[in-house]
Ligand binder design. Structure first.
Ligand SMILES: [Zn+2]
Length: 351
């Protein structure tokens, strides 16, 4: 498969350019790609303000820069993110991304933190299989997981998310479009859009891939209020999104009590657990042991601080002191824990 490759330059920095793959103009051979490329490039540029085009060419998609994929079970692949906060060095590639190859179609579980990463995931998939891209599932609203979705939609995939996601994304999209390029660099973010899903699910939903099926399970407010898990029936792999952090400090963006309730619920039968951040584990118990300790300690520290009757600003040093023994093994512990303390405080203040 050949795709148009557009040289897209930042309007604000015309020498800052990046190659953008345009699967909407893909063709079976070079000639078909050349026929479709001009209109595909014009249409894409018109839909992505802030960029100017500096020519395009056609190239085989399976030869484009590709993410490394680890096969954790037959047909189940994971791209491991850097277990650290967003930075110019990691270019937004911090989340784990999943791929399940069925007999009829390929599913993607979290399409990446930028357009650039989504393109590299698509190239990695195409280097392994020519099967159609089917469901592109967003485990929750955070951009480090979902900002690569648009290139998969252009490649024919159906972007699917929790029913609560469109409204939640609408509230924060504009802010994220400003803050994330500031954190990772404007060129790493070039051409990235935070698109809405084509389909949403409010209840447990099974999607057949041929030879295996994915079960999508929406979860009440926990890490965010848009979380869902994805379980692959053939391999017994559970993709938890950010309901499980390993190595990178958990971020409480919706409900600490809801998250602890999810952790306490009976675990699904799993052979592999793919967390949102950190290494793959063999069981949910193993995957969540450290996170469970962290979140329970946060709850206890905030409750103890609330019991003293002082305000949040006065309580933060005591909360941080109570949490400090847990710091080893967690990246970005101080900054994230300070934010989590404020979030948990707001949640627990009225309990
Ligand atoms: Zn997240």
């Amino acid at each position: 498969m050949f795709v148009p490759v557009l040289t897209a330059c930042l309007a604000a920095a015309p020498h800052d350019c990046a190659p953008r793959l345009l699967p909407a103009g893909a063709g079976a051979d070079m000639a078909a790609c050349r026929t479709a490329g001009e209109s595909a490039a014009a249409a894409w540029l018109a839909a992505h303000p802030g960029l100017t085009g500096r020519g395009w060419t056609c190239a085989p998609l399976d030869a484009a820069p590709a993410l490394a994929l680890i096969e954790i079970a037959p047909g189940v692949l994971v791209s491991r993110g850097a277990d650290e906060p967003l930075s110019p060095a990691n270019r937004g590639r911090i989340a784990n991304l999943g791929v399940v190859i069925g007999e009829r179609q390929v599913a993607v579980i979290d399409p990446g933190g930028t357009r650039e990463q989504g393109e590299a995931l698509l190239a990695a998939i195409r280097a392994r299989t020519g099967l159609p891209i089917g469901p592109v599932i967003l485990t929750h609203m955070h951009p480090d997981h979902i900002a690569g979705a648009e290139v998969f939609a252009e490649a024919g995939g159906e972007v699917i998310a929790d029913a609560r996601l469109p409204a939640a994304l609408a509230r924060r999209r504009a802010a994220w479009m400003e803050t994330i390029p500031a954190q990772i660099g404007a060129s790493a973010w070039a051409g990235t859009a935070l698109i809405d899903p084509a389909r949403t699910v409010a209840d447990e939903t099974v999607i057949e891939l041929g030879g295996t099926a994915l079960t999508l399970t929406p979860v009440p407010a926990a890490h965010t209020d848009t979380d869902l898990t994805v379980r692959d029936s053939r391999s017994g792999t559970l993709f938890t999104g950010d309901l499980v952090f390993r190595g990178l400090t958990p971020v409480v963006d919706a409900s600490l009590s809801g998250w602890l309730a999810w952790l306490a619920a009976p675990a699904a039968d799993t052979a592999h657990v793919v967390p949102g951040h950190g290494p793959v584990a063999a069981s949910l118990v193993a995957a969540t042991a450290d996170e469970g300790r962290y979140l329970a300690a946060l709850r206890d520290a905030v409750r103890a601080a609330l019991d003293t009757g002082q305000g949040l600003s006065g309580a933060v040093p005591a909360i941080m002191a109570a949490m400090a023994p847990l710091a080893p093994g967690w990246a970005d512990f101080e900054a994230t824990t300070a934010r989590n303390a404020a979030a948990a405080w707001a949640e627990m203040e009225w309990e």
